[in-house]
Design a protein around this ligand. Structure first.
Ligand code: SF4
Length: 440
Protein backbone atom coordinates (compact mmCIF):
# COMPACT_ATOMS: atom_id res chain seq x y z
CA UNK A 1 0.00 0.00 0.00
CA UNK A 2 1.40 3.38 -1.04
CA UNK A 3 1.93 6.03 1.67
CA UNK A 4 1.48 9.05 -0.62
CA UNK A 5 -1.66 11.13 -1.17
CA UNK A 6 -2.38 12.37 -4.67
CA UNK A 7 -0.66 15.77 -4.95
CA UNK A 8 -3.12 18.55 -5.72
CA UNK A 9 -0.68 21.46 -5.93
CA UNK A 10 2.89 22.11 -7.05
CA UNK A 11 3.93 22.25 -3.40
CA UNK A 12 2.45 18.82 -2.66
CA UNK A 13 4.06 17.48 -5.83
CA UNK A 14 7.46 18.72 -4.64
CA UNK A 15 6.88 17.12 -1.22
CA UNK A 16 6.01 13.75 -2.76
CA UNK A 17 8.99 13.99 -5.11
CA UNK A 18 11.51 15.43 -2.66
CA UNK A 19 15.08 15.00 -3.87
CA UNK A 20 16.75 11.73 -2.87
CA UNK A 21 20.12 13.47 -3.13
CA UNK A 22 19.53 16.94 -1.63
CA UNK A 23 22.09 19.70 -1.98
CA UNK A 24 24.82 19.75 0.71
CA UNK A 25 25.45 22.86 2.76
CA UNK A 26 28.99 24.26 3.25
CA UNK A 27 29.61 22.37 6.49
CA UNK A 28 28.41 19.05 5.08
CA UNK A 29 30.60 19.53 2.00
CA UNK A 30 33.64 20.34 4.10
CA UNK A 31 33.17 17.35 6.42
CA UNK A 32 32.40 14.94 3.59
CA UNK A 33 35.35 16.11 1.49
CA UNK A 34 37.59 15.57 4.55
CA UNK A 35 36.68 11.87 4.48
CA UNK A 36 38.34 11.29 1.10
CA UNK A 37 41.64 9.40 1.33
CA UNK A 38 42.81 10.76 -2.06
CA UNK A 39 43.71 7.24 -3.11
CA UNK A 40 46.49 6.59 -5.59
CA UNK A 41 44.95 5.00 -8.74
CA UNK A 42 41.57 6.04 -7.32
CA UNK A 43 39.06 3.24 -8.03
CA UNK A 44 36.21 5.79 -7.99
CA UNK A 45 37.75 7.61 -10.95
CA UNK A 46 38.31 4.39 -12.84
CA UNK A 47 34.65 3.49 -12.35
CA UNK A 48 33.45 6.80 -13.85
CA UNK A 49 32.72 6.52 -17.61
CA UNK A 50 33.87 10.14 -18.03
CA UNK A 51 37.00 9.57 -15.90
CA UNK A 52 36.52 12.67 -13.72
CA UNK A 53 39.56 13.16 -11.47
CA UNK A 54 37.45 12.58 -8.37
CA UNK A 55 40.14 12.82 -5.66
CA UNK A 56 41.32 16.08 -7.22
CA UNK A 57 37.90 17.76 -7.32
CA UNK A 58 37.21 16.61 -3.74
CA UNK A 59 40.58 17.95 -2.55
CA UNK A 60 39.81 21.25 -4.30
CA UNK A 61 36.49 21.47 -2.42
CA UNK A 62 38.30 20.75 0.83
CA UNK A 63 40.74 23.58 0.18
CA UNK A 64 37.87 25.90 -0.91
CA UNK A 65 39.14 26.08 -4.53
CA UNK A 66 35.55 25.78 -5.80
CA UNK A 67 36.23 27.17 -9.26
CA UNK A 68 39.13 24.78 -9.76
CA UNK A 69 36.93 21.94 -8.55
CA UNK A 70 34.14 22.81 -10.99
CA UNK A 71 36.69 23.02 -13.80
CA UNK A 72 38.01 19.55 -12.92
CA UNK A 73 34.48 18.18 -13.15
CA UNK A 74 33.33 19.98 -16.31
CA UNK A 75 36.61 19.32 -18.15
CA UNK A 76 35.73 15.63 -18.01
CA UNK A 77 31.93 15.74 -18.09
CA UNK A 78 29.78 18.57 -19.45
CA UNK A 79 26.79 17.10 -17.59
CA UNK A 80 28.63 17.49 -14.29
CA UNK A 81 25.60 18.64 -12.30
CA UNK A 82 23.03 16.31 -13.86
CA UNK A 83 25.32 13.28 -13.51
CA UNK A 84 25.95 14.01 -9.83
CA UNK A 85 22.21 13.54 -9.34
CA UNK A 86 21.06 10.99 -11.91
CA UNK A 87 24.09 8.69 -12.17
CA UNK A 88 23.78 5.32 -10.45
CA UNK A 89 26.71 6.35 -8.22
CA UNK A 90 25.90 3.36 -6.00
CA UNK A 91 27.29 1.06 -8.71
CA UNK A 92 29.79 3.47 -10.30
CA UNK A 93 32.12 5.84 -8.36
CA UNK A 94 30.64 5.40 -4.88
CA UNK A 95 30.28 1.66 -5.42
CA UNK A 96 34.02 1.53 -6.12
CA UNK A 97 35.11 3.76 -3.19
CA UNK A 98 37.65 1.97 -0.98
CA UNK A 99 35.50 2.58 2.11
CA UNK A 100 32.96 0.04 0.82
CA UNK A 101 35.59 -2.71 1.24
CA UNK A 102 35.53 -2.01 4.97
CA UNK A 103 31.74 -1.88 5.15
CA UNK A 104 31.90 1.85 5.73
CA UNK A 105 29.68 4.25 3.80
CA UNK A 106 31.49 5.54 0.69
CA UNK A 107 32.36 9.20 0.21
CA UNK A 108 29.23 10.91 -1.17
CA UNK A 109 30.87 11.75 -4.48
CA UNK A 110 27.64 12.57 -6.34
CA UNK A 111 26.46 15.08 -3.76
CA UNK A 112 29.92 16.70 -3.54
CA UNK A 113 29.87 17.02 -7.31
CA UNK A 114 26.48 18.74 -7.11
CA UNK A 115 27.63 21.01 -4.34
CA UNK A 116 30.36 22.53 -6.47
CA UNK A 117 28.68 22.36 -9.91
CA UNK A 118 25.55 24.07 -8.56
CA UNK A 119 27.73 26.92 -7.30
CA UNK A 120 29.39 27.25 -10.72
CA UNK A 121 25.98 27.37 -12.43
CA UNK A 122 24.40 29.79 -9.94
CA UNK A 123 27.39 32.13 -10.13
CA UNK A 124 27.71 31.64 -13.91
CA UNK A 125 31.41 30.89 -13.51
CA UNK A 126 33.26 31.01 -16.80
CA UNK A 127 35.35 27.85 -16.92
CA UNK A 128 36.17 27.58 -20.62
CA UNK A 129 37.14 29.66 -23.65
CA UNK A 130 35.82 28.40 -26.98
CA UNK A 131 38.47 27.60 -29.59
CA UNK A 132 39.54 29.94 -32.38
CA UNK A 133 37.12 29.48 -35.31
CA UNK A 134 38.34 27.06 -37.97
CA UNK A 135 35.48 28.03 -40.29
CA UNK A 136 33.93 24.54 -40.30
CA UNK A 137 30.35 23.73 -39.36
CA UNK A 138 28.89 20.62 -37.76
CA UNK A 139 25.20 19.75 -37.41
CA UNK A 140 23.99 17.77 -34.44
CA UNK A 141 20.68 15.93 -34.47
CA UNK A 142 19.29 15.80 -30.93
CA UNK A 143 20.12 17.89 -27.86
CA UNK A 144 20.41 15.03 -25.37
CA UNK A 145 23.56 14.31 -23.32
CA UNK A 146 25.44 12.92 -26.35
CA UNK A 147 24.52 15.84 -28.64
CA UNK A 148 25.20 18.61 -26.12
CA UNK A 149 28.49 17.05 -24.99
CA UNK A 150 29.58 16.69 -28.60
CA UNK A 151 28.62 20.35 -29.23
CA UNK A 152 30.62 21.65 -26.22
CA UNK A 153 33.75 19.75 -27.22
CA UNK A 154 33.43 20.84 -30.86
CA UNK A 155 33.16 24.47 -29.77
CA UNK A 156 36.38 24.07 -27.74
CA UNK A 157 37.98 22.78 -30.95
CA UNK A 158 36.82 25.82 -32.95
CA UNK A 159 33.78 24.49 -34.86
CA UNK A 160 30.49 26.26 -35.48
CA UNK A 161 27.70 24.02 -34.19
CA UNK A 162 23.95 23.95 -34.82
CA UNK A 163 21.80 21.50 -32.90
CA UNK A 164 18.47 20.39 -34.36
CA UNK A 165 16.05 19.41 -31.59
CA UNK A 166 12.58 17.96 -32.21
CA UNK A 167 11.21 19.06 -28.83
CA UNK A 168 10.89 22.51 -27.29
CA UNK A 169 13.66 22.15 -24.71
CA UNK A 170 17.08 20.51 -24.46
CA UNK A 171 18.71 17.64 -22.55
CA UNK A 172 16.75 14.69 -23.96
CA UNK A 173 15.88 12.09 -21.36
CA UNK A 174 17.61 14.07 -18.62
CA UNK A 175 14.58 16.31 -18.39
CA UNK A 176 12.00 14.13 -20.15
CA UNK A 177 12.85 10.67 -18.90
CA UNK A 178 14.37 10.78 -15.42
CA UNK A 179 12.28 10.44 -12.27
CA UNK A 180 11.63 13.90 -10.72
CA UNK A 181 12.90 12.77 -7.28
CA UNK A 182 16.36 12.44 -8.85
CA UNK A 183 16.54 15.89 -10.46
CA UNK A 184 14.09 18.74 -11.04
CA UNK A 185 13.30 20.27 -14.44
CA UNK A 186 14.74 23.59 -13.25
CA UNK A 187 18.08 22.05 -12.31
CA UNK A 188 18.45 20.31 -15.66
CA UNK A 189 17.53 23.39 -17.67
CA UNK A 190 19.76 25.70 -15.62
CA UNK A 191 22.76 23.54 -16.49
CA UNK A 192 21.73 23.52 -20.16
CA UNK A 193 21.52 27.34 -20.20
CA UNK A 194 24.86 27.57 -18.41
CA UNK A 195 26.54 25.40 -21.06
CA UNK A 196 24.95 27.24 -23.96
CA UNK A 197 26.03 30.63 -22.59
CA UNK A 198 29.56 29.34 -22.14
CA UNK A 199 29.98 27.44 -25.40
CA UNK A 200 27.76 29.46 -27.74
CA UNK A 201 26.31 26.70 -29.92
CA UNK A 202 22.89 27.24 -31.44
CA UNK A 203 19.89 25.02 -30.68
CA UNK A 204 17.02 25.04 -33.16
CA UNK A 205 14.02 23.83 -31.16
CA UNK A 206 10.89 22.22 -32.64
CA UNK A 207 13.06 21.28 -35.61
CA UNK A 208 12.76 17.53 -36.12
CA UNK A 209 14.95 15.93 -38.77
CA UNK A 210 12.60 13.37 -40.29
CA UNK A 211 12.86 13.08 -44.02
CA UNK A 212 15.51 12.45 -46.69
CA UNK A 213 15.18 16.10 -47.77
CA UNK A 214 16.05 17.27 -44.21
CA UNK A 215 19.15 15.09 -44.24
CA UNK A 216 20.22 16.26 -47.70
CA UNK A 217 19.96 19.87 -46.56
CA UNK A 218 22.22 19.15 -43.58
CA UNK A 219 24.69 17.27 -45.78
CA UNK A 220 24.96 20.33 -48.05
CA UNK A 221 25.30 22.91 -45.27
CA UNK A 222 27.62 21.11 -42.84
CA UNK A 223 30.97 19.36 -43.07
CA UNK A 224 29.90 16.60 -40.64
CA UNK A 225 26.72 15.45 -38.92
CA UNK A 226 26.42 13.91 -35.47
CA UNK A 227 23.44 11.68 -34.67
CA UNK A 228 22.39 11.86 -31.02
CA UNK A 229 18.73 10.94 -31.36
CA UNK A 230 18.47 8.45 -28.53
CA UNK A 231 15.65 5.93 -28.65
CA UNK A 232 12.01 6.08 -29.73
CA UNK A 233 8.74 5.22 -28.03
CA UNK A 234 8.14 2.23 -25.74
CA UNK A 235 8.19 -1.08 -27.62
CA UNK A 236 4.95 -2.96 -28.05
CA UNK A 237 4.37 -6.22 -26.18
CA UNK A 238 2.27 -7.50 -29.08
CA UNK A 239 -0.54 -8.68 -26.83
CA UNK A 240 -4.26 -7.91 -27.00
CA UNK A 241 -5.50 -4.79 -25.21
CA UNK A 242 -2.42 -2.57 -25.51
CA UNK A 243 -4.47 0.17 -27.17
CA UNK A 244 -6.99 0.41 -24.30
CA UNK A 245 -7.30 3.70 -22.42
CA UNK A 246 -4.90 3.91 -19.46
CA UNK A 247 -2.36 1.53 -20.99
CA UNK A 248 0.74 3.65 -21.47
CA UNK A 249 4.48 3.26 -22.10
CA UNK A 250 6.77 4.01 -19.15
CA UNK A 251 8.86 6.63 -20.97
CA UNK A 252 5.69 8.34 -22.21
CA UNK A 253 4.30 8.38 -18.64
CA UNK A 254 7.52 9.81 -17.21
CA UNK A 255 7.61 12.52 -19.89
CA UNK A 256 3.98 13.46 -19.16
CA UNK A 257 4.70 13.55 -15.45
CA UNK A 258 7.67 15.86 -15.94
CA UNK A 259 5.52 18.20 -18.05
CA UNK A 260 2.27 18.12 -16.05
CA UNK A 261 3.43 17.52 -12.47
CA UNK A 262 0.44 17.38 -10.06
CA UNK A 263 -2.04 17.72 -12.94
CA UNK A 264 -1.24 14.21 -14.20
CA UNK A 265 -3.78 11.60 -13.18
CA UNK A 266 -2.57 8.02 -12.63
CA UNK A 267 -4.71 5.00 -11.79
CA UNK A 268 -5.59 3.93 -8.25
CA UNK A 269 -4.44 0.39 -8.90
CA UNK A 270 -1.46 0.29 -11.25
CA UNK A 271 0.35 -2.66 -12.82
CA UNK A 272 3.83 -2.02 -14.24
CA UNK A 273 5.06 -4.61 -16.73
CA UNK A 274 8.83 -5.03 -16.65
CA UNK A 275 11.64 -4.95 -14.09
CA UNK A 276 14.34 -2.69 -15.47
CA UNK A 277 15.37 0.68 -14.04
CA UNK A 278 12.67 2.51 -16.04
CA UNK A 279 10.04 0.13 -14.63
CA UNK A 280 11.24 0.97 -11.11
CA UNK A 281 11.03 4.71 -11.86
CA UNK A 282 7.51 4.37 -13.31
CA UNK A 283 6.34 2.29 -10.34
CA UNK A 284 7.83 4.69 -7.77
CA UNK A 285 6.34 7.66 -9.57
CA UNK A 286 2.87 6.07 -9.67
CA UNK A 287 3.05 5.52 -5.91
CA UNK A 288 4.18 9.11 -5.34
CA UNK A 289 1.30 10.33 -7.53
CA UNK A 290 -1.14 8.74 -5.10
CA UNK A 291 -1.83 5.30 -6.60
CA UNK A 292 -3.17 3.16 -3.77
CA UNK A 293 -1.65 -0.05 -5.07
CA UNK A 294 1.29 -0.51 -7.44
CA UNK A 295 2.33 -3.98 -8.60
CA UNK A 296 5.47 -4.57 -10.58
CA UNK A 297 5.05 -7.70 -12.67
CA UNK A 298 8.01 -9.53 -14.18
CA UNK A 299 8.10 -12.74 -16.15
CA UNK A 300 11.35 -14.00 -14.56
CA UNK A 301 12.44 -14.63 -11.01
CA UNK A 302 13.18 -11.83 -8.56
CA UNK A 303 16.90 -12.65 -8.72
CA UNK A 304 16.97 -12.03 -12.48
CA UNK A 305 15.56 -8.49 -12.59
CA UNK A 306 17.59 -6.07 -14.72
CA UNK A 307 17.19 -3.06 -12.41
CA UNK A 308 19.92 -2.08 -9.99
CA UNK A 309 19.22 -3.35 -6.49
CA UNK A 310 19.06 0.18 -5.06
CA UNK A 311 16.42 1.12 -7.67
CA UNK A 312 14.27 -1.85 -6.61
CA UNK A 313 14.76 -0.87 -2.96
CA UNK A 314 13.62 2.69 -3.78
CA UNK A 315 10.44 1.30 -5.33
CA UNK A 316 9.79 -1.13 -2.46
CA UNK A 317 10.29 1.67 0.07
CA UNK A 318 7.36 3.59 -1.38
CA UNK A 319 5.07 0.56 -1.25
CA UNK A 320 5.58 -1.05 -4.68
CA UNK A 321 4.88 -4.77 -4.61
CA UNK A 322 6.91 -7.12 -6.83
CA UNK A 323 5.07 -10.01 -8.54
CA UNK A 324 7.54 -12.41 -10.15
CA UNK A 325 7.39 -15.33 -12.57
CA UNK A 326 4.29 -14.01 -14.33
CA UNK A 327 4.01 -13.36 -18.05
CA UNK A 328 1.26 -11.07 -19.45
CA UNK A 329 -1.08 -12.71 -21.96
CA UNK A 330 -3.66 -9.98 -22.48
CA UNK A 331 -4.73 -6.61 -21.14
CA UNK A 332 -8.38 -6.90 -20.16
CA UNK A 333 -11.06 -4.23 -20.48
CA UNK A 334 -13.77 -2.79 -22.74
CA UNK A 335 -12.58 0.72 -23.53
CA UNK A 336 -10.45 1.17 -20.47
CA UNK A 337 -7.97 -1.08 -18.69
CA UNK A 338 -9.63 -3.36 -16.12
CA UNK A 339 -6.89 -5.91 -15.48
CA UNK A 340 -4.07 -8.00 -16.88
CA UNK A 341 -4.35 -11.70 -17.63
CA UNK A 342 -1.12 -13.44 -16.66
CA UNK A 343 0.24 -16.95 -16.81
CA UNK A 344 2.74 -18.15 -14.25
CA UNK A 345 6.25 -19.12 -15.35
CA UNK A 346 9.04 -21.27 -13.99
CA UNK A 347 12.59 -22.11 -14.95
CA UNK A 348 13.07 -25.58 -16.36
CA UNK A 349 16.52 -26.70 -17.56
CA UNK A 350 17.61 -23.07 -17.70
CA UNK A 351 14.62 -22.10 -19.85
CA UNK A 352 11.74 -19.92 -18.70
CA UNK A 353 8.52 -21.80 -19.48
CA UNK A 354 4.86 -21.11 -18.91
CA UNK A 355 3.01 -23.24 -16.35
CA UNK A 356 0.04 -24.76 -18.09
CA UNK A 357 -3.36 -23.92 -16.57
CA UNK A 358 -1.94 -21.27 -14.23
CA UNK A 359 -3.64 -18.25 -15.84
CA UNK A 360 -5.06 -15.60 -13.52
CA UNK A 361 -6.27 -12.01 -13.76
CA UNK A 362 -4.77 -9.18 -11.75
CA UNK A 363 -7.35 -6.37 -11.56
CA UNK A 364 -6.09 -2.83 -12.15
CA UNK A 365 -7.15 0.47 -13.73
CA UNK A 366 -3.82 1.39 -15.31
CA UNK A 367 -1.08 -0.57 -17.07
CA UNK A 368 2.41 0.84 -17.62
CA UNK A 369 4.51 -0.99 -20.18
CA UNK A 370 8.18 -0.73 -19.21
CA UNK A 371 9.32 -3.05 -21.94
CA UNK A 372 12.20 -1.14 -23.51
CA UNK A 373 12.25 1.53 -26.18
CA UNK A 374 12.21 1.04 -29.94
CA UNK A 375 14.97 2.34 -32.24
CA UNK A 376 14.29 5.26 -34.58
CA UNK A 377 14.87 3.12 -37.64
CA UNK A 378 12.70 5.17 -40.02
CA UNK A 379 15.10 8.10 -39.94
CA UNK A 380 18.26 6.00 -39.88
CA UNK A 381 17.23 3.99 -42.95
CA UNK A 382 17.15 7.18 -44.97
CA UNK A 383 20.87 7.83 -44.44
CA UNK A 384 22.79 6.42 -47.36
CA UNK A 385 25.11 3.54 -46.46
CA UNK A 386 24.39 3.75 -42.72
CA UNK A 387 24.86 0.33 -41.16
CA UNK A 388 22.77 -0.86 -38.24
CA UNK A 389 23.52 -3.98 -36.19
CA UNK A 390 21.10 -6.86 -35.63
CA UNK A 391 19.41 -4.88 -32.81
CA UNK A 392 19.02 -1.81 -35.06
CA UNK A 393 21.70 0.12 -33.19
CA UNK A 394 23.95 2.36 -35.28
CA UNK A 395 27.30 0.65 -35.95
CA UNK A 396 30.24 2.98 -35.22
CA UNK A 397 34.01 2.80 -34.96
CA UNK A 398 34.78 2.25 -31.26
CA UNK A 399 37.40 5.02 -31.14
CA UNK A 400 36.10 7.73 -33.49
CA UNK A 401 32.33 7.06 -33.40
CA UNK A 402 32.29 7.44 -37.18
CA UNK A 403 29.50 5.49 -38.87
CA UNK A 404 29.72 3.56 -42.15
CA UNK A 405 28.72 6.81 -43.91
CA UNK A 406 31.92 8.84 -43.40
CA UNK A 407 30.10 12.16 -42.96
CA UNK A 408 27.99 10.88 -40.06
CA UNK A 409 29.07 10.21 -36.48
CA UNK A 410 26.86 8.88 -33.69
CA UNK A 411 26.83 8.16 -29.95
CA UNK A 412 24.44 7.75 -27.02
CA UNK A 413 21.45 5.44 -26.76
CA UNK A 414 21.03 5.09 -30.55
CA UNK A 415 24.45 3.40 -30.55
CA UNK A 416 24.60 1.64 -27.16
CA UNK A 417 20.91 0.61 -27.06
CA UNK A 418 20.11 2.52 -23.86
CA UNK A 419 22.63 3.24 -21.10
CA UNK A 420 23.10 6.02 -18.58
CA UNK A 421 23.30 9.80 -19.13
CA UNK A 422 26.99 9.58 -18.19
CA UNK A 423 27.73 7.08 -20.96
CA UNK A 424 26.10 9.31 -23.57
CA UNK A 425 27.99 12.36 -22.23
CA UNK A 426 31.33 10.51 -22.38
CA UNK A 427 30.75 9.09 -25.86
CA UNK A 428 29.39 12.35 -27.34
CA UNK A 429 32.54 14.14 -26.23
CA UNK A 430 34.75 11.40 -27.67
CA UNK A 431 32.81 11.56 -30.96
CA UNK A 432 33.64 15.29 -31.23
CA UNK A 433 37.32 14.33 -31.28
CA UNK A 434 36.55 11.74 -33.96
CA UNK A 435 34.88 14.46 -36.03
CA UNK A 436 37.88 16.72 -35.52
CA UNK A 437 40.27 14.01 -36.71
CA UNK A 438 38.07 13.43 -39.79
CA UNK A 439 37.84 17.12 -40.68
CA UNK A 440 41.43 18.07 -39.92
FE1 SF4 B 1 38.26 9.28 -2.14
FE2 SF4 B 1 36.80 6.95 -2.07
FE3 SF4 B 1 37.80 7.88 -4.40
FE4 SF4 B 1 39.49 6.91 -2.49
S1 SF4 B 1 37.95 5.74 -3.65
S2 SF4 B 1 39.76 8.77 -3.77
S3 SF4 B 1 38.40 7.57 -0.63
S4 SF4 B 1 36.24 8.90 -3.10
Amino acid sequence: MSEFKKPTSEQEFEENFSQIKPLMNDTEAYIESSRCLFCFDAPCQQACPTGIDIPLFIRQINSTDYTGSARTIYSANFFGNACGKVCPTEVLCEGACVYTEQNVLPVEIGRLQNYVSTQAINEDKKLFEVGKSNGKKVAIIGSGPAGISCACELRLLGYEVDIYEAKHRPSGLTVHGVAPYKITNEEVLREMEYLQRQFGYEVKYNSPIKYAADLQKLEKEYEAIFIGIGLGSTSSLNIKGESLDNCIGATELIEKLRMQHHNLVVGKNVVVLGAGNTAMDAASESARMGAEKVSLAYRGAKESIRAYEFEYDLAKNVGVNGVFNVSPLEIIGDDKVAGVKFIRTKTDNGQLIQVEGSEFILACDMVIRATGQSKQVELLEQIEGLELDSLNRISVDAQTYQTSNAKYFAAGDAVNGGKEVVNAAADGKQAARGIDTYLS
